[in-house]
Each structure stands twice: as structure tokens, then as C-alpha cells.
Design a protein around this ligand. Structure first.
Ligand code: ISE
Length: 335
């Protein structure tokens, strides 16, 4: 039988997921969509057979035929939608961040724990990227020895108008936080942030770029250059340095062209292009697991841990001080 999905939020990511459910993911269809922009949501629903349009997320979640919920609204709207989905015991795929703040993530975890089983997968889709998967395999197999550093670069061509200095951490670096926790199998224990004078390409008042340093429980150090108005394209790179070697992903050299005395290649302009396969695999995996009555992948604890690190990062940036991460104990459901 076909899984009926309610998609909450039809902005860039939500619209991309709607397309994905129609084209690349079998066994599922969108039966309801919600967005505060009434015209936009009607337009999206009009392109889908038999899908209802709503401005209220709760109405979409309660619509007939909904068996699962995909949340792709802005981060601050996630908690309410998550709690509504959990109240109906529905499986959820929630875009990152789970919630921007750790307090919200704790409330979500509490609600999920009351159900006694996992219902939430968090959209940390880099875990489904082929290059990241290879790096994880290499590290797990001890291929370069004990990891000492991850050197990361996270660049966007430009940031949307609503982007703030905080969002460079809570919306962008949150991916490196999850990737580092996953790749290393360690929690992040402290965060420091350094900021050069903002790029003249950054919107007024936005501190872009930033250098974010993470320390981990196992004694590794992760540095992240986050630069969301770099101008030239979308670029996510990670070099792991271990005791016996190093490994780098994200060079994007699928094809190198040599012609007329020059060599070069293309840089994607957008995450929906760079990570298209990862988004596909993530969604297929979620639908397949739900069909078996399960929810797998990154869980609410991963979302909470990332939010706790983000909170320390925001404090570190404001105070200019190294800030320890304040983290609750990991509940048994997430062990
Ligand atoms: C966006 O929400 C993402 O998830 C992208 O991967 C990231 O590069 C971007 O900076 C975020 O705003």
C-alpha cells in the first residue's frame, strides 16, 4: 500500500521534497501540504493529484490518508509540528535543525519517549552522501588511525534574505556538528568561534564568514569555515587527519576538463544539486523503514545534541569565549 505523506512547509526544501516524492521515491505520495503562504500552498497542491492544501500544519497532519509527516518548515516552526505528529503517533522525517534550541529538542524527545518508540528521523542527509559514507567506512576501519582533526569548509554561493549571524551556526554548521559526531562517534564538548571582518558581500549586519572550532570527547579537534556568501558556488569539504594518514572528500572533481591551455571543472551552485542523491537516498530509506513499521537514521537525540552544540556556539560567538557544551544525559530510547 502507498504511504500518504503530509508535507509541512513548501519553501525551497519542501518543494524539493514534494518533487522527490513524486519522481524518485516509490511507495509514497503527498496527500496534504501546509504553508502559511496560502497562494503558494494551493499552487503546490494543484500540481499533485488528490492532495489537500492547508495554511495550518495541524490541519494537514490531521488530513485523511496521512500516514507520515515530512517537516520542511523553518527551524523555529518544527517543535509545534513535531508535537502534533507525535500526538498522532505518526512517523516523521524532520528537516534539520530538529529545533534551533536545546530546550525545544528536549520537549520533543520527552514526547517521543512517552510513545516508547522512535518516530522521528532528523534530516541530517550528509549521512546518506556517497563520499561521506566512504569517509565513515575508512575511519571505522581504522584506515588512517585515530582521527586528530577534521578540517571542514562549508560554503554557500549566497544566503537567503532571512539569514542571520546565528543561522550560520544553527542552520549551516549544524551539518558539520552532526557529521563530526557521526564520523568520529564522539560528542562535541566545547565550541569556540572566531570571526574575521565580515565580507563586503555579506548582507548588512550578518557576520559572514565565521570559523567554528569544536572539541570532542575523544580528543579530536574540528575546524569549520562557514561562508554563506562566498559568491562562487556551493562547496562542502572535509579532510580527516589521523595518526597514520588523511582523507579528503568534497573536491567535486567528478570531471576535470583540459582545453585551450587551461584545466577546470564545475562547481554546483546549490545544496539541492550537490546533495541530490543524498536527499533521494534519505527519503527512500525513511519510506522503506516506515513500511516495515520502523523509523531509522539520525534520531531526536542527534537533533538535540546538535542543538546543544549550536547553543554553545552562539554563546561562544557573542562572548568571544570557548564555551563548554551543556548536554543532558542520553535517554535509553536513544542508546
Ligand atoms: C541550509 O538550510 C542547508 O541545510 C544547507 O545544506 C546549508 O549549506 C545551508 O547553509 C543551510 O542554510
Amino acid at each position: 500500500s502507498t504511504l500518504g505523506i503530509a508535507v509541512i512547509g513548501t519553501g525551497r526544501m519542501g518543494a524539493d521534497h514534494v518533487r522527490r516524492i513524486g519522481r524518485t521515491v516509490g511507495g509514497a505520495r503527498v496527500v496534504a501540504v501546509a504553508d502559511p503562504d496560502g497562494d503558494r500552498v494551493k499552487e503546490v497542491a494543484a500540481g499533485l493529484e488528490g492532495a489537500s492544501a492547508h495554511t495550518d500544519p495541524a490541519a494537514a497532519i490531521a488530513a485523511p490518508g496521512v500516514g507520515a509527516v515530512l517537516i520542511a518548515s523553518p527551524g523555529p516552526a518544527h517543535e509545534e509540528a513535531l508535537l502534533q505528529a507525535l500526538a498522532r503517533d505518526l512517523p516523521v522525517l524532520c528537516e534539520k535543525p530538529l529545533t534551533p534550541d536545546p530546550a525545544g529538542a528536549l520537549r520533543v524527545m520527552e514526547a517521543e519517549q512517552r510513545l516508547g518508540r522512535r518516530r522521528i528521523q532528523v534530516g541530517f542527509m550528509r549521512r546518506y552522501d556517497a563520499e561521506y559514507a566512504r569517509l565513515k567506512e575508512l575511519l571505522d576501519a581504522g584506515g588512517i588511525g585515530r582521527p586528530l582533526f577534521l578540517h571542514c569548509r562549508h560554503r554557500n554561493a549566497s544566503s537567503p534574505s532571512f539569514f542571520t549571524s546565528d543561522m550560520l551556526i544553527s542552520d549551516s554548521v549544524v551539518h558539520e556538528v552532526d557529521a563530526a559526531r557521526w564520523l568520529l562517534g564522539q560528542e562535541v564538548t566545547a565550541v569556540s568561534v572566531l570571526s574575521p571582518r565580515a565580507s563586503s558581500a555579506a548582507p548588512e549586519g550578518v557576520q559572514d564568514p565565521q570559523l567554528v572550532l569544536l572539541e570532542t570527547a575523544g580528543g579530536a579537534v574540528v575546524d569549520v569555515e562557514v561562508f554563506v556568501n562566498c559568491g562562487f558556488g556551493y562547496q562542502v569539504q572535509c579532510e580527516a587527519v589521523g595518526e597514520h594518514g588523511s582523507a579528503r572528500i568534497g573536491d567535486g572533481q567528478a570531471m576535470v576538463v583540459q582545453s585551450a591551455g587551461r584545466w577546470g571543472g564545475e562547481i554546483p551552485q546549490d545544496f539541492t544539486v550537490r546533495f541530490a542523491d543524498a536527499y533521494d537516498r534519505q527519503l527512500r530509506g525513511w519510506v522503506a523503514a516506515v513500511a516495515r513499521g520502523r523509523v531509522e537514521g539520525p534520531d531526536a537525540w542527534d537533533g538535540y545534541a546538535a542543538a546543544a552544540v549550536s547553543a554553545a556556539g552562539l554563546t561562544a560567538r557573542r562572548t568571544g569565549r570557548r564555551t563548554p557544551v551543556d548536554m543532558a544525559e542520553r535517554p535509553p530510547l536513544y542508546r
